[in-house]
Design a protein around this ligand. Structure first.
Ligand code: COA
Ligand code: ZN
Length: 308
C-alpha cells in the first residue's frame, strides 16, 4: 500500500484504500505497510495516513506498519497505534538528501530519537534505501551498508530491510550482501525489498531466499517506486512472488486466489494497467481446453472414454 501508492499521480480515495487493506488482511499476509507519515507536500498520494490507519479493521496476527521519515512522522504514527514504525534512510548520501532533505547522519540522529519514543509502544524496523546501488552515486560499497546496519543494531533496532530502490541489484550481489548480513547478525529480522525496474526482481528474491532471507516486501499488481529516485518503477509484484514460491513448494501462508482477486481491482483503482504477470496469464496450475481435433498419442493422457 505504501510503496505501491506513493508514486501514483491519481489520489486513491481513502475508503478505497481501506477496503483494499481490509481485503489484504484476509489473505494470510504477515504484514501490511498501510501508509506513510511523511510530509503531505512530499507524498500527496498518502496525505490521508491518519484516516486510513484509523478506519482499517485490524485482523489478529497481521502486523500493520507505516513508513516514518522523522520524529514528526513517528509521533503521528504512534498516535494511530501502528504496530511497526518503518524508519527510512538511504545508504547513499545524495539519495538521502533528495528523498528526505537530510544527511544520513541527521537521519541516524532521528532514528535514535524515534527508537526512544517508540519503546514499549511499537516495533521499529529500519529500511535502508539504495542498499544495492544509488541512481545518483552508482555503486554502494557493501562495507557502507554493513556499517549502517551496525549503527541500527547498536541503537537496539532488531529489524532491518535492505531496499533496492531502483532495481540496480543483481542476484549474485543480493546473495553476497544478504549472506554477509545474516552471517554477522544471525538473529536480525531481515527483510528484502526489491524493485523490478530492470526485470531482476524475482531473481533477486530467489537469491535472497537462498541466502536465508524469508521475509519479502512486495506490492500488489507490481505498483510502486520512490518519487525522489529518477527512473524508479514498481516493486516485485506480491502475487507473482507468492506464485513463484508456491510453485517451488514453499509455504508462504498466503492465499494466492484471494490475492489475485484483489490484484484484479488494481487497474480500476489507479486508472492504468499494472505490471503483474500472473494476473494476466493465470497461475501455472491453469489448464486450457484441448484444441478441437487434437488428441494425445499417450493413452495415459487421453481423457477417460476417448478413443485414439
Ligand atoms: N508529517 C507531516 N508533515 C511533516 C512531517 C511529517 N512527518 N515532517 C515535516 N513536515 C512538515 C513540517 O511541519 C513543515 O510544514 P509547514 O511547511 O506547513 O511548516 C514542512 O513539512 C517542512 O518541514 P521540514 O522539517 O523542513 O521538512 P522538509 O521539507 O525538509 O522535508 C521530510 C523532510 C522528511 C518531511 C520530507 O522530505 C518527506 O516527507 N519525505 C518523504 C519521502 C518519501 O516518503 N519518499 C518515499 C519513500 S522512500
Ligand atoms: Zn521501494
Amino acid at each position: 500500500m505504501r510503496d505501491g501508492f506513493q508514486i501514483e499521480p491519481h489520489f486513491v480515495p481513502t475508503e478505497q484504500k481501506v477496503a483494499l487493506i481490509d481485503g489484504l488482511s484476509r489473505t494470510g499476509l504477515a504484514k501490511i505497510e498501510v501508509t506513510s507519515f511523511t510530509s503531505p507536500k512530499a507524498i500527496p498520494a498518502l496525505a490521508d495516513a491518519e484516516a486510513v490507519m484509523r478506519q482499517i479493521a485490524r485482523a489478529p496476527g497481521v502486523e500493520y506498519a507505516a513508513l516514518v521519515p522523522n520524529m514528526r512522522g513517528a509521533e503521528r504514527a504512534l498516535g494511530c497505534k501502528v504496530d511497526e514504525l518503518n524508519l527510512v534512510m538511504s545508504a547513499s548520501e545524495i539519495h538521502n538528501l533528495a528523498n528526505l532533505r537530510m544527511t544520513p547522519a541527521q537521519s541516524l540522529a532521528q532514528f535514535a530519537e524515534v527508537v526512544a519514543l517508540a519503546a514499549g509502544h511499537a516495533q521499529v524496523n529500519a529500511s535502508l534505501s539504495t542498499a544495492f546501488g544509488c541512481p545518483f552515486e552508482g555503486d554502494v560499497p557493501e562495507a557502507a551498508v554493513l556499517s549502517l546496519v551496525q549503527r541500527f543494531v547498536d541503537m537496539g533496532i532488531g529489524r532491518v530491510t535492505l531496499c533496492d530502490t531502483t532495481g540496480m541489484a543483481n542476484p549474485a550481489q543480493v546473495g553476497r550482501l544478504c549472506a554477509a548480513v545474516l552471517d554477522r547478525w544471525p538473529s536480525l529480522v531481515l527483510t528484502a525489498h526489491f524493485h523490478d525496474t530492470r526485470a531482476m526482481g524475482l531473481a533477486n528474491a530467489l537469491a535472497a531466499l537462498d541466502a536465508g532471507v524469508d521475509r519479502f516486501d512486495a506490492s500488489l499488481g507490481g505498483l510502486g517506486g520512490c518519487p525522489f529516485a529518477p527512473g524508479a518503477s514498481g516493486n516485485v509484484c506480491t502475487e507473482d512472488l507468492v506464485h513463484m514460491f508456491q510453485a517451488m513448494g514453499c509455504d508462504t501462508g498466503v492465499d494466492l486466489d484471494a490475492l489475485l482477486a484483489l490484484a484484479a481491482q488494481m487497474p480500476g483503482l489507479v486508472g492504468h494497467a499494472v505490471p503483474g504477470q500472473v494476473l494476466k496469464a493465470g497461475p501455472s496450475t491453469r489448464r486450457h481446453p484441448v484444441p478441437e481435433g487434437v488428441r494425445s498419442r499417450d493413452p495415459q493422457q487421453r481423457p477417460a472414454g476417448s478413443r485414439a
